[in-house]
Design a binder for this molecule. Structure first.
Ligand code: ADP
Length: 453
């Protein structure tokens, strides 16, 4: 058994024959639209579309039968449908409203086939709030529509005028709203522009600050550079100026003590000896200062050549052995074959001599050892001793100029040997490391590339 499809209820039927009927169709159309719950605007839209189509059909088809149906049982939302069945067939079975804008007043406007007849149909969706069109309500509507007597053409005209005024009002209020919005937009634009200008200004201000800061920084580093150069120049000049007189003093003391000169008293001999040893200390200080300033100012250029470590070690062994105190042994190991590296022989020997000298100076018992080994393509030349050692806190400080660990100073020390050694090792492409513990001794290690810097 199939359930019968419910029929959409017919709300009103009327005929369009004469000019006056156009007003009636319009008027009733609005009433039906209001009755099914269309909003005021939509009522006017539907009524206007209806009167336009009615006028057209009166012209081309001599009139039409008009039916209003509440479409409730079709797929989609409920709507109000108006069919206008023309009295005479439409030319070519087609219909185009004279004004194209009419189609926009409703949801659908067009020609359809209704059970073999061509009808012009328009429909407008009913809002959800009005969708409670129960059969009882519809019956009531039908009765109500049947009861209301159509007004005169004049009434309809007056109503139409009212609607026009209302529409004009609405247009005006929309225009006012638009003007307000425009004003607000301009205000916002002005605000954004002001903000943008402010930000740009702040950015420029910051940029100016940064630029000034950089300029100051440049100036400061230039000042620093020139101060450091001035210091080096001063040290170099003073050392240079001192070297000649000090050498002369040493020569004089040697002359005075010479057996070929007039004999001196014992006291004079002692005093001349003191002068000579002080002058010798001064000369070594002057020489070290000169070396260091030369290395610092970048004027020290290594003389690169193939250096035979065995020869260097042999020479050091020979010259330094005499400095070892009783109870301290100087051990210079044989470097492993082939024992060569690309370096500056004089500078390398100077660094090793310096380190060995320190080892011998700060070791009272045990040994000072020089060893060479190759590890991962690098020479490791280490000078280790069993001397007093150095507190870890002092490990970096002893590489500063003139720094001596408090309480450790020995005669003839200047505090310039290690900073110079580190600079030279760097110049030769390597690094100078230190392992040391107080009381257990120290190891200074020069790590140098086998192939030169
Ligand atoms: P100098 O030896 O002329 O004082 P250096 O720059 O060679 O200057 O050394 C700085 C200081 O580092 C030394 O005064 C000493 O305190 C410490 N020092 C250097 N070598 C050793 C070492 N082998 N053992 C212990 N202390 C050392």
């Amino acid at each position: 058994m199939t359930t019968p499809v419910p029929v959409d209820p017919l709300l009103l039927r009327m005929t369009l024959r004469i000019e006056h009927d156009i007003f009636l169709v319009r008027q009733r159309g609005r009433e039906v639209a209001a009755a099914v719950g269309l909003e005021h605007q939509d009522q006017v839209r539907l009524a206007t579309a209806l009167s336009e189509v009615a006028r057209d059909l009166l012209g081309v088809a001599g009139g039409a039968d008009v039916t209003f149906v509440a479409v409730l049982h079709q797929p989609g939302p409920p709507s109000l449908r108006v069919d206008l069945a023309p009295l005479r067939p439409l030319p070519d079975g087609r219909y185009e409203p004279r004004s194209g804008a009419v189609a926009r007043l409703v949801d659908m406007l067009g020609v359809v086939d209704r059970r073999g007849d061509t009808v012009v149909r328009m429909s407008r969706r009913v809002p959800p709030s009005a969708s409670a069109l129960t059969p009882e309500r519809l019956a009531e509507l039908r009765a109500q529509l049947g009861r209301t007597a159509p007004g005169s053409a004049l009434d309809e005209l007056a109503l139409q005028n009212q609607q026009l005024v209302a529409a004009l009002d609405e247009v005006r209020s929309q225009r006012d709203e638009l003007a307000v919005l425009n004003e607000e937009l301009q205000e916002t634009n002005r605000g954004v522009l002001a903000l943008y200008n402010q930000l740009t200004e702040e950015l420029e201000e910051t940029n100016r600050g940064v630029v000034a800061l950089y300029a100051e920084l440049d100036e400061k580093s230039a000042q620093l550079r020139s101060a450091s150069e001035a210091k080096s120049r001063f040290l170099a000049n003073v050392s240079h100026e001192l070297r000649a007189p000090v050498t002369a003093i040493i020569g004089l003391t040697r002359l005075l003590a010479d057996s070929a000169s007039d004999p001196l008293t014992a006291e004079q001999t002692r005093q001349v000896g003191l002068v000579r040893s002080s002058a010798t200390d001064l000369l070594s200080l002057v020489n070290e200062l000169l070396d260091l300033t030369k290395a610092e100012s970048g004027r020290l250029e290594p003389d690169w050549a193939e250096v035979d470590l065995r020869a260097v070690f042999g020479q050091l062994r020979g010259t330094l052995r005499a400095l070892a105190k009783p109870g301290v042994e100087l051990v210079v190991e044989e470097p492993p074959a082939p024992g060569t590296l690309r370096s500056d022989e004089v500078l390398l020997a100077q660094v090793l001599r310096n380190l060995l000298h320190n080892g011998l100076k700060f070791t009272e018992r045990g040994e000072v050892r020089l060893r060479a080994e190759v590890r991962e393509g690098w020479w490791r030349l280490s000078v280790s001793d069993t001397g007093i050692g150095i507190d870890p806190e002092q490990h970096e400080r002893i590489f500063e100029e003139f720094y001596q660990v408090p309480g450790s100073s020995r005669p003839g020390g200047t505090g310039l040997g290690l900073p110079y050694a580190r600079r030279v090792v760097r110049l030769l492409g390597g690094t100078l490391e230190l392992d040391s513990e107080p009381g257990r001794g120290s190891t200074f290690r020069a790590i140098l590339p086998t192939g030169g810097a």
